[in-house]
Design a protein around this ligand. Sequence first.
Ligand SMILES: [Fe+2]
Length: 317
Amino acid sequence: MFFHVKELQFEAKPDRPDPVYAKRLQELLGGKFGEMTVMMSYLFQGWNSRGPEKYRDMLLDIGTEEIAHVEMLSVMISRLLDKAPVKEQEDAAKIPVIGAALGGGNPSDVIFASMNPQHEIVNGQGADAKDSMGVPWSGAFATASGNLMADFRWNLMAESQGNLQVSRLYEMTEDQGIRKMLSFNLARDIMHQNQWQAAIEELQADGLHQFQVPSPFPFDRVNLEQAYTCWNCSTGTASQEGQWASGPTPDGNGEFVYLADPKPLSNDIGELDQADPRLHGTPKQPMPPMSSGPNPISGQDIPKNVKKSAVTSGGQM
Ligand SMILES: [Fe+2]
């Protein structure tokens, strides 16, 4: 059961309307790494979790908090769309970062071009489940694999990407109300990065997973000769200068081996056999036409300039 508390987790009060910024802020709401993506990911990871209860509970704690972040951003976007006098926008366009991003020129022209018309037409001065370019949020952005190690790493990545975008949006406004809320978002996403890293370590401490995914998985089924080789697949050897190329591997089971001039491990050039002719792909050599099954229009007149070999029914399968 979910229970809605009327108060926002943190206030979402901009100093003044700013529909151009409202469009940008949609990225944090409905973008690939926005609040909707982490909300749905963590909730589904929690609902799908079959591991110890503490993980499920923590996932649903954070997933539920993310609902509150979606709510805060939606309210902020709606308030940024309030009234929205053009004068305010012209002032905003004078802020160097925004002005440069708007492309300069006549402020009122670029302002109208920079607003999201759907905020008015479709949403009636409200937020939408889309990113800053109007691309609809997709369930394909969410991740819930049933493997908590794989999921927690994904979560750490998503919080990193998402918070990077928060920091960029922070730089794009001088509105103190927006910055106040984004300061809170930055803090929570830093906390969540810490929680996912701690959870990754906890899975190992609990013996549920080792470093690698998949685990547990029998090591004797892994090609161990290639488990720790670093393939230099470009010119030069700059990639050798890192702890991913020499020394012990993070899983504690091996040593990195740098292959400065790697060679293929096979003679297989990937040549493929002929596909089923009924798929009508490109054959290796010229082939007669073929089809299978009955032809309900057989006996029709064929234009004289069509070669007989292109018509023959001898190729029927
Ligand atoms: Fe969040």
